[in-house]
Design a protein around this ligand. Structure first.
Ligand SMILES: Nc1ncnc2c1ncn2[C@@H]1O[C@H](COP(=O)(O)OP(=O)(O)O)[C@@H](O)[C@H]1O
Ligand SMILES: [Mg+2]
Length: 439
């Protein structure tokens, strides 16, 4: 095939994946998701590290809940589907750190007018005609019904006849209890409403959130939450009160296997319609470099394609990968990661060295272990001294200070132990220094 300038974004993306055709691997998680969706009660909780693929999985769950089983077919898991899978009307909401707590969260939901994902679009009211819904198209195949037009009435939750002034919880109950029946009259049969809450970890006061969701859950309302955390208790403070609700729906997203990372490139080749090809050995190297974080695999893939473009080829071989790793080392490849890197090291070569030594500490690779990703100051002390870094403890504070990232957080309990807040950043720090000879 002759050379063509291709848009790297066709095959690779740094966005959350809604399209099942772009979603790679994760067969075990898909299976858990199907099970969780098909139990009438219960809460779904997705947790894991930053950049590991939680939000993308949640979008796939949304698609499955809507009755889009493309993903299941693609993964060859058809046999896992029950004969009559439960179907949902779905709401998707990304939390932010301004949400103070439980009440505030429910208030946000009750006023969310997002036309593809918001709760209000599903709530019947005199002012809004249900016939004005349509299916969303193409690039958001995973999504649900979309409001094309709003009626004469306003778009605030409080203007709805079923809203109860001063009682947001009751308003939420009224809204959700109306959703299934009234929408079914127009769209056929669905069983329940699924409220998906992404970035759940950033809500400031997590007390009472678990018990609130428990009290609001029913045969007709199910919650799914998603956020950064190594275990359930870091996501739901009062997880004990949720009790058995969570037993089935607890989904831990671990880093991808090497084969899954490799599959990202096969998928990209398909999305490029065969116009771009990757040398096998190159793909294997990238899979290793990205350490199971699809975010990084996508980023490197994109960089390879754009470097190949510049070279006038669509074949990504070793020489292209070398170009990319070189530009990574000089900090030109990934501006966002580089910015975080520069901010953290603050023009200190020595701090850069310390950061690298910490990033390079061998992972115990106990993937289910809570200690995953921990680094220990003591383990780098002697190498630091060998490299002429004498005042390690004076270099450290900037790395854990909030306004410079932070790139590290102290692990409570274990003394002298820290964790990289972003595993992708950790992988970047390593790559930034690969092959650089110590002075
Ligand atoms: N199953 C997957 N297959 C391919 N790429 C993925 C997959 N899951 C995530 N990604 C990619 O990884 C990056 C991070 O995904 P995201 O879902 O936002 O992670 P998280 O929510 O855990 O931070 C995105 O670039 C996304 O495109
Ligand atoms: Mg996310």
């Amino acid at each position: 095939m002759s050379f063509e300038f291709v848009d790297p974004e066709i095959g690779f993306t740094s966005n959350v994946i809604t399209d099942p055709h772009r979603f790679v691997g994760r067969a075990d998680l898909i299976q858990e998701s199907i099970n969780a969706l098909n139990s009438s009660l219960g809460l779904i909780a997705i947790y894991g590290k930053r950049g590991v693929g939680k939000s993308s999985l949640m979008r796939q769950i949304q698609a499955l809940a809507n009755g889009n089983y493309e993903l299941v077919r693609k993964a060859g898991l058809n046999h896992l589907l029950p004969t009559k899978p439960r179907k949902y009307y779905t709401v998707y909401y990304a939390c932010d750190s301004i949400i103070s707590g439980a009440q505030d969260l429910v208030a946000r939901l009750c006023n969310d007018t997002n036309e593809e994902d918001g709760l209000l679009r599903l709530v019947p009211d005199g002012g809004k005609r249900l016939t004005e819904f349509s299916r969303t198209a193409e690039n958001s195949v995973g999504l649900d019904l979309k409001v094309v037009n709003w009626g004469a009435k306003g778009q605030e939750g409080s203007k709805y006849t079923s809203a109860v002034p001063g009682d947001i919880i009751q308003t939420f109950r009224n809204f959700t209890s109306a959703v299934v029946e009234s929408n079914n009259r127009v769209f056929g049969r669905r069983d329940s409403v699924l409220i998906l809450l992404d970035e759940f970890d950033v809500i400031r006061d997590k007390q009472g959130l678990g018990s609130l969701m428990k009290s609001l859950s029913s045969d007709k309302v199910k919650f799914g939450i998603c956020g950064i955390g190594q275990d359930l208790s870091s996501l739901i403070a009062d997880h004990a009160s949720v009790g058995r609700l969570i037993e089935q729906g607890s989904i831990f997203v671990k880093p991808m296997s090497e084969n899954e990372s490799i599959e990202i490139f096969k998928t990209a080749e398909r999305l490029f319609n065969g116009q771009v090809r990757f040398e096998e050995n190159v793909v294997r190297q990238i899979a290793a470099l990205s350490e199971g974080y699809p975010y990084f695999a996508q980023l490197i893939g994109k960089a390879c394609v754009s470097n190949a473009n510049n070279r006038g080829t669509n074949y990504v071989d070793q020489s292209i990968l070398t170009l990319v790793t070189e530009s990574m080392r000089s900090g030109r490849a990934f501006p966002n990661l580089e910015k975080a890197y520069q901010l953290a090291i603050g023009q200190s070569e020595e701090r850069a060295l310390l950061l690298t030594l910490l990033a390079e500490q061998a992972d115990d690779r106990a993937e289910y272990d809570a200690s995953l990703g921990q680094v220990f100051l003591s383990r780098s002390r002697s190498s630091a001294q060998e490299l002429g870094v004498d005042y390690m403890d004076q270099l450290l504070p900037r790395l854990i200070e909030e306004r410079y990232g932070p790139v590290l957080v102290k692990v409570p309990v274990t003394r002298g132990s820290y964790e990289f807040t972003d595993p992708v950043f950790r992988a970047y720090v390593k790559l930034r220094h690969i092959g650089r000879s110590p002075r």
